[in-house]
Structure formats: structure tokens, C-alpha cells
Design a protein around this ligand. Sequence first.
Ligand SMILES: O=C(O)CCC(=O)C(=O)O
Ligand SMILES: [Fe+2]
Length: 317
Amino acid sequence: MNDAIPTLDFEPFLHGTAADRAHAAKAIGGAFERYGFIQLVGHGVPQEALQGAFAAAEAFFDRPEDWKRQVQDRRNNRGYIPMFDTALPGQKPGGHEAFSIGHLTRPEDPDLRALPFHAETPWPDMPGFRERVEACYRAMYDCGQQILSAVALHLGVAEDFFAEAARQSYSNMRVIHYPPAEAIADRTDIGVRAHADEGLITLLVQDMNGGLAVQGPSGDWLPVVPNREAMVVNAGKLLRRWTNGRYQAAMHMVVNRSGRERYSIPLFVHPSYHTRIDPMTLVGEAPAAEEFAPIVAGEQVYRNFMARRLSWQEATS
Ligand SMILES: O=C(O)CCC(=O)C(=O)O
Ligand SMILES: [Fe+2]
């Protein structure tokens, strides 16, 4: 039988008994251990919130390039991110454009506020866009906190462990547009190059066009088959480190072979910038390898972004 990303039901965790919750948490944690990726149904995020954001995204990306570039903040990687902007030397660029939204509440601390991760989002002059995108952010973020409660339960720490760690979160969300592969074939052969996400967990809604693939335990690429009812949830590199490698942060990539415009909305859940990611504090173990050694969350993620994003390097040099 071919391997596949597991589809799990979150409803028993959200509305069930203590035993239901423990059972659901175990299934989610077990899937993160094996695959690092799940498709979550019964997640409780209203379809209207998701569909509203997809409609807003389509209307935004449909506007002319010059208009969209008015809300590009290169220094902070906020607002509009043009097509082919994520290129590394010697590689073809990512065939997508995006709009990046910072966390809805910004910290009071001026030092934190000055960091790119806490920059204000430059909103376009487009009726309803901000409201719809923020409503989607709020609903997905709340769901993300519930998923992290399940993770905490699975790992045997207090259920609010991650909520405490994320009081001044630098989470962010992107709405992404991928033209059909053949429309951009002269520039690139990829939508998003293979990578693992940086944060704790990522929640992603995709449209029905497909194109996302995940590297499974055997090394094979498994398609994440679109399911209207499901949200894709995956563990990121911070959570892999914090669990001492117990959870996978699986590699994934996108190629849009559907012949249609593809849209997706990932929300990247991060803790507070200064959170110390140390296996001792989450799973009570010394780091099993150098790659799990303690780091400061925001500093580590900033370093990794800087190494990859040419536009950040140019804008801040
Ligand atoms: O668009 C997708 O399905 C995945 C996007 C992604 O992996 C990312 O933005 O990190
Ligand atoms: Fe990703």
C-alpha cells in the first residue's frame, strides 16, 4: 500500500471528554513523530472565514503589478511579495507571489517592535481586504493554539505551555498565488522549492488544485491531496528542536500542474522572540545532537531567513 499523510479528526479534542482529548492528542502527536504532517478535519475554523480570505486574495492578486508594489515592505518582508522574489544564487526562483501579514497584536516593548518580525502590515486600499484576511488569521491562529494544546498533552507538559511561550508571538500568515506551471516555465520549474518550515507549527488551507507534496518517512514524495474539509498542519523546525528530534519537520514543495491559478494560505505559528528553545524545558532531555542544542527562537529564525531571502539581504544591507 502506498504511504499517505494521515487525516485526523480534531472534533473529539475540541468538544470531547478528557479521554477523547487524550486519544486525539496521541493521534496527532504520533503523526507528527512519523510524518510531521497531517490533514486535520473537524478543526472548527468556519468555512466563511477561509472562503472570505481566498476571495480577498484572488481580488488582490488580480490587480496590476504596480498597484500591488505600493504595499511592498522589502525591509520587513511584509505586505506584497512579487513573483520570483525568493531566488537563491544558482537556483531558479519560486514561481509565486504573496501577501504577508504580521501577528495581529504587536508587543509594547520598543526593542521588539523594531524587529522585522513585529513590523506593521502595509494594507492595500481595497475595501474588505484587511477585514477578511484578519478574520481568517484570527480563526486559524485560535485553532493553532488548540493544536498546540494537543501537542502539550501528547508531550506531557501543561496544556498552556505553548500559549505561555507565545504571549508576544511573532507569528505571521501569507496568502499565496501560484500561476500554472506552464505559464511561468520560461522563468522557473517550481512554485516553492523544497524546504522545512521555521516555526512551531504551520496551518495551511489550500484550494482544490493540488501541487503540494511532502517527503514521507521512506524519502518518497507524498501528495497532500486537497480536501475541502481539511486544514493541513505540519511541525516546523523550532518544534523539532524543542522535542529533541521526536517530531519531524518534513520537507515539502509546490508545483502547480493543475493548469489553473492556485491559491493557498499558510499561517506560521511562532513563540515570543526571546523564547529559549531547549529540549530540557519541553521533554526534559539534554540535546541528543548538536542540531537540537538550545537557541533563542527569534534569533535563530532571523538568521535562517537572512541566509535565504535575497530581498531582505538587499534591503537591510
Ligand atoms: O502553498 C503551499 O501549499 C505551501 C506553502 C509553503 O510551504 C510555505 O509557504 O512555507
Ligand atoms: Fe512551507
